[in-house]
Design a protein around this ligand. Structure first.
Ligand code: ZN
Ligand code: ZN
Length: 354
C-alpha cells in the first residue's frame, strides 16, 4: 500500500528533470506524513542526478532541504503533532545501534546513515527526496522548524545551515576566535552568518571581491580575494578556524599556513581529487586538517533554535516547482549565479495535474 504523489524527478543522468509521480509508503506507527511547502536546491542534488558521485537508479527524486507541515502521525508518534511546522534534512534514518548512533551522532553512523535520497530504506526501496509534494519520515529524523524563521527561506538550513553550524560549534567559534570562510556560496553565506552570530571575527576568502558588499552585509568583518597572492602573505598565521566550502581543487598548504597555533582547517566542500598535504605545514603551529559531514539530529535542532534566537535565515531566491524552473536553476547553480540558495515553492507542484 502506498500513496501516489507529484514529484520532479531525473529520468536519467543525461536528461533534464521531468514532472512525474512517485509512491510514498503508508504512514507507519512511528512515521509522520509531511506536506512539503518548500524544498531547497543543493549542489549535491545536481552531482547526484548526473551520476557524478556514482551510479544511481532512475527515476530519482532528489532534494534534502525540506520544510512543510505534519498532516498525519502514526499511532506511536510522540514527538510531532498534526499542524506542526517541521523540516527534514540530509538523512531519514540510521542503524541506531552502532557506537556512533548510540552516541547520538547518527550522521556518522558506521553503517552509513540513510540518506534522504538514493539510499536503501528499511523496506528495501530507494529513498526519494524533497522535490515532491509529500514525504513520509520516521518521527525522530524530523526537526521542528521554529515559527520565527521565515517559512519560505528556512529550507536551506537543513543542509547548508547544519553543514556549516556543526564544525563552527565543534571547533568553538565564538568571541575572541578568528574564523575564515572559504567561498561565499550556499554553504559559505550560512557559515558567515552563523559564525558572526556566535561572536567570532569573520573573514571571507573568495576568488574575487565581486561579492564583497554582500559578504560584509551578511556579517563578515573582512573580505579578501584569493586570486591576489598578497592575501596568503598578509593573512599567514591568522586564523583559529578555516571552513572550506569550496568543492574545487585548492592549494591546501597555502590555506593551512593561514592557521595560527592549534588552528584547524575543516573541509565541508568535497573536491573530487585528493589534496596534497605537506606534513611540515602541519608541524608549524600544531595545525590540524579535518573534515565534517552535516550534523546529528540533536545538533540540527540546536542549529534551528540558534537561528531562530539570532534572527538568522538563508538568503534565498524563490522559484516555482516546475521541471523547467528547476532545470534552469540547475544551470545557474553550476555558474554560481544565485544569491545564495534556490528554494522551490511546492505549491506549484501540488497544483500540477498528476
Ligand atoms: Zn546538500
Ligand atoms: Zn549507526
Amino acid at each position: 500500500m502506498s500513496t501516489t504523489v507529484n514529484a520532479i524527478a531525473a529520468p536519467s543522468a543525461t536528461e533534464p528533470l521531468i514532472t512525474t509521480t512517485i509512491e510514498r509508503r503508508d504512514v507507519g506507527a512511528k512515521d509522520v506524513l509531511i506536506e512539503i511547502a518548500y524544498s531547497g536546491i543543493c549542489h549535491s542534488d545536481i552531482h547526484t542526478v548526473r551520476g557524478e558521485w556514482g551510479q544511481i537508479q532512475y527515476p530519482q527524486v532528489v532534494g534534502h532541504e525540506i520544510v512543510g507541515v505534519v498532516t498525519e502521525v502514526g499511532s506511536e508518534v510522540t514527538l510531532h503533532q498534526v499542524g506542526d511546522r517541521v523540516g527534514v534534512g540530509c538523512m531519514v534514518n540510521s542503524c541506531r545501534e552502532c557506537e556512533n548512533c548510540l552516541a547520538g551522532m547518527e550522521n556518522y553512523c558506521l553503517k552509513g546513515n540513510t540518506g534522504t535520497y538514493t539510499a536503501v530504506d528499511t523496506d528495501g526501496s530507494i529513498t526519494q527526496g524533497g522535490y515532491s509534494t509529500h514525504i513520509v519520515v520516521v518521527e525522530d529524523f524530523v526537526l521542528k522548524v521554529p515559527e520565527s524563521i521565515p517559512y519560505e527561506s528556512a529550507a536551506p538550513l537543513l543542509c547548508a545551515g547544519i553543514t556549516t553550524y556543526s564544525p563552527l560549534a565543534h571547533w568553538n567559534a565564538g568571541p575572541g576566535k578568528k574564523v575564515a570562510v572559504v567561498g561565499l556560496g550556499g554553504l559559505g553565506h550560512m557559515a558567515v552568518k552563523i559564525a558572526h552570530a556566535m561572536g567570532a571575527e569573520v573573514t571571507v576568502l573568495s576568488q574575487t571581491l565581486s561579492k564583497k558588499d554582500d559578504g560584509l552585509r551578511l556579517g563578515a568583518d573582512h573580505y579578501y580575494a584569493t586570486s591576489d597572492e598578497a592575501t596568503f602573505k598578509d593573512l599567514r598565521n591568522s586564523f583559529d578556524l578555516v571552513i572550506n566550502t569550496v568543492s574545487a581543487k585548492i592549494d591546501l598548504n597555502a590555506y593551512l599556513r593561514l592557521l595560527r597555533l592549534d588552528g584547524t582547517f575543516v573541509s565541508v566542500g568535497a573536491p573530487p581529487e585528493p589534496l596534497d598535504v605537506q606534513v611540515f605545514t602541519l608541524f608549524g603551529n600544531r595545525r590540524s586538517f579535518a573534515g565534517s559531514s552535516i550534523g546529528s539530529i540533536a545538533e540540527t535542532q540546536e542549529m534551528l533554535d540558534f537561528c531562530a534566537e539570532h534572527g538568522i535565515a538563508p538568503e534565498t531566491e524563490l522559484i516555482e516547482a516546475t521541471a523547467d524552473a528547476v532545470n534552469a536553476a540547475y544551470e545557474r547553480v553550476l555558474k554560481s549565479d544565485v544569491r545564495y540558495r534556490f528554494v522551490m515553492d511546492i505549491k506549484t507542484l501540488a497544483d500540477a495535474a498528476a
